[in-house]
Design a protein around this ligand. Sequence first.
Ligand SMILES: [Fe+2]
Length: 148
Amino acid sequence: MSIVNIGKNISSTLLLPNVGKNRISTILQTYSNNDWRRYIDPNIGLNVYSKTKVYEDNMINMYVATWKPGYISTIHSHNPVGCWYRILQGELVERQYDPDTLFLSRFSVLNNPDTMYINDSIAFHSVENRDDINSAASIHVYPKTINV
Ligand SMILES: [Fe+2]
């Protein structure tokens, strides 16, 4: 299934009643096509994070993100609706922080096809590509409404 069709599948699934967050994660994990590579920004240099929009409709925005070697994001929040993300290539380290205390609450080493969901009531996080040589890539899905 193409990455765009994965986006459409997620959108139509989000319209169903009682959709659990894991169901969306499972759809993301079924994606096995290589067509995400056409969304990689070829012009980013070292230590840079880049995000390209793949698909949007009235339910979601979907992006492919590229993480150059050594890049680490700031600790950041999302919105209440949150997001799912799935590793496509490489390895990413996620550190989750308690939203109230900012104490480290979870440490995860993520590889293809690991998929996470996060929102502001779960945690804030920072994400790092700690590899010195290899870029990493991931899919990010941002729902526009919360019904999961
Ligand atoms: Fe994030």
